[in-house]
Ligand binder design. Structure first.
Ligand SMILES: Cc1cc2nc3c(=O)[nH]c(=O)nc-3n(C[C@H](O)[C@H](O)[C@H](O)COP(=O)(O)OP(=O)(O)OC[C@H]3O[C@@H](n4cnc5c(N)ncnc54)[C@H](O)[C@@H]3O)c2cc1C
Ligand code: SF4
Length: 479
């Protein structure tokens, strides 16, 4: 093994090449190039094959990372793919957009010993891209389809992962989604420069070819009530994500040209998909030639600033109330944004918005960080007499998302929610307060990550299977 592995002493850490800034600002294509075969093999061989692999422990899916790195280093790419896909329904998506610095790679022992992490995410992407190229990824063939059916509300990563797992077991699956395309935030939130749409569309096509039925432009609550859907299916999974944008408590926040992040991102993503988007075409949601100010410090804010850069904005500023070290967004994406010309105004928070017919200026407070609050993070405090003014033609609010009021939207008062509005579930079974109705992803966790949505979808599928087997057994016992 030593000959093939533990090569961190022979090879430095390398990530796939990033496209030049000037080139990548001109389009929305992904910014990282693909590993060539030799590089993927070499980088995999840097793994030290730890007895207790911290990378695996810190991967929400418990991916068998050391084993698929070893198989890759040995050139056994089919086996590496089989192993990788056995714990993850979308390894090529996670390889691209997981914040690896906080998950697997951040806990790599080689990283901690100062040699630079094994580039796990890039190898994971490589293994699956190679499998697609070689046509190893095929639709599911169901030998005997079960009579029982599951209705899934939401075609984001949680719903899609659950659908695939349940279909493998032979259940009839219907997915209902209010968007016109499946994929959830993978399609309409996350921009192409992080995740190109074909990567997601390829997956949903595969699921369709596996016999899963998709009902798009179908809003549960409007087109059908939850209770009506429950009558159609033997079990239900709610995987609707969180979409209620948080508001800024500042005077003037209702002035024209101040938009929630998702309005801006959905318009841009739709445009990229070739749709006609009136509010983009008439300039309303287009950053071109404007001074853009984005408020927030998470992944959504980073996606907004980088989208604005690509739409040819005059200037792009990001106002965030904490400092760089305390940003919730991935460090990698902040770095990419800085490279692309985004100006970060750390420790700042809007006090008031001004403008006659539309936004023109923002009065901003400078912030200092106080003592840690309940969450353990240092509390932002306004510095007295620190105000300054910044110009803006468009403001994008990216302060996070809360759940919509599902009991009201679904007309289902017995669906219990937590004090945050997320769905209350039994954490062992993922069942909600309604028997046979399960929940997964952001609607349970609050705004989170794709990898956690996939994990929840898989766990929910296991639980739904147990529930349906019990139901069937009970039916046969009574008959
Ligand atoms: C801009 C942005 C960037 C992000 N970047 C990253 C990143 O880089 N890495 C990362 O890991 N995570 C990222 N995330 C977070 C990640 O996208 C989410 O955690 C993940 O998509 C949650 O998956 P989900 O399946 O729970 O919900 P979603 O992906 O939100 O899917 C929910 C689906 O349910 C549908 N739906 C909602 N209500 C109804 C209804 N009543 N009837 C029918 N359908 C309904 C919606 O249309 C949607 O398709 C980002 C999020 C945003 C907003
Ligand atoms: S799924 Fe995410 S955390 Fe897990 S190995 Fe892949 S990139 Fe790392």
């Amino acid at each position: 093994m030593t000959k093939k592995m533990l090569n961190f002493v022979n090879f430095d850490k390398e990530t796939p090449l990033k496209r030049e800034v000037l080139e990548r600002k001109e389009d929305f294509k992904e910014i990282y190039k693909e590993f060539i075969n030799q590089k993927a093999l070499e980088q995999s061989s840097r793994c030290s094959q730890c007895g207790v692999p911290f990378c695996q422990i810190h991967c929400p899916l418990s991916n068998n990372i050391p084993d698929w790195l070893k198989l890759t280093a040995e050139g056994r790419l089919f086996e590496a793919y089989e192993l990788s896909q056995s714990t993850n329904n979308m390894p090529e998506v996670c390889g691209r957009i997981c914040p690896q610095d906080r998950l697997c790679e951040g806990n790599c022992v080689i990283e901690q010993s100062g040699h630079g992490t094994v580039t796990i995410g890039s190898v994971e992407k490589y293994i699956t891209e190679n499998a697609w190229e070689n046509n190893w990824i095929k639709p599911l063939k169901i030998k005997s389809e079960k009579k029982q059916s599951v209705g899934i509300i939401g075609a984001g990563p949680a719903g899609l992962a659950a659908a695939e797992q349940l279909r493998k077991l032979g259940y009839q699956i219907s997915i209902y989604d209010r968007y016109d395309r499946p994929g959830g935030l993978l399609i309409y939130g996350i921009p192409n420069f992080k995740l190109e749409k074909y990567v997601v569309e390829r997956r949903t096509k595969l699921l369709k070819e596996s016999g899963i039925k998709f009902y798009q432009n179908f809003e549960v609550g409007k087109n059908l009530k939850l209770e009506e859907l429950r009558k159609k299916h033997d079990a239900i999974l709610i995987a609707t994500g969180v979409y209620k944008a948080r508001e800024i408590e500042a005077k003037g926040n209702d002035i024209k040209n101040i938009f929630p992040a998702m309005d801006f991102l959905v318009a841009s993503n739709k445009k990229g998909l070739g749709d006609k988007v009136e509010l983009f075409d008439d300039g309303t949601l287009n950053a071109s030639k404007k001074n853009i100010v984005v408020i927030g410090g998470g992944d959504t804010a980073m996606d907004c600033v980088r989208t604005a850069i690509r739409q040819n904005a005059n200037s792009v500023k990001c106002l965030y109330r904490r400092d760089k070290e305390n940003m919730p967004g991935s460090a990698r994406e902040v770095n990419n944004a800085e490279e692309e010309g985004v100006e970060f105004v750390w420790l700042s928070s809007p006090k008031e918005f001004f403008g006659k017919d539309k936004i023109e200026e923002i009065k901003v407070n400078k912030i200092k960080l106080g003592k840690p609050d309940d969450s353990g993070r240092r509390k932002p405090e306004i510095q007295k007499n620190s105000e300054f003014v910044t110009k803006a033609d468009m403001v994008i609010k990216a302060l996070g998302f809360d759940p919509e009021n599902l009991p009201e939207l679904f007309d289902s008062k017995n669906l219990k929610v937590t004090k945050w509005g997320t769905l209350k579930i039994n954490f062992e079974t993922m069942e909600t307060s309604l028997p046979g109705v399960f929940a997964a992803g952001d609607i349970v966790r609050g705004a989170s990550l794709v990898v956690w949505a996939i994990k929840d979808g898989r766990d929910a599928a296991e639980s739904i299977n147990r529930f349906l087997l019990n139901k069937e057994n009970e039916k046969q016992r009574v008959a």
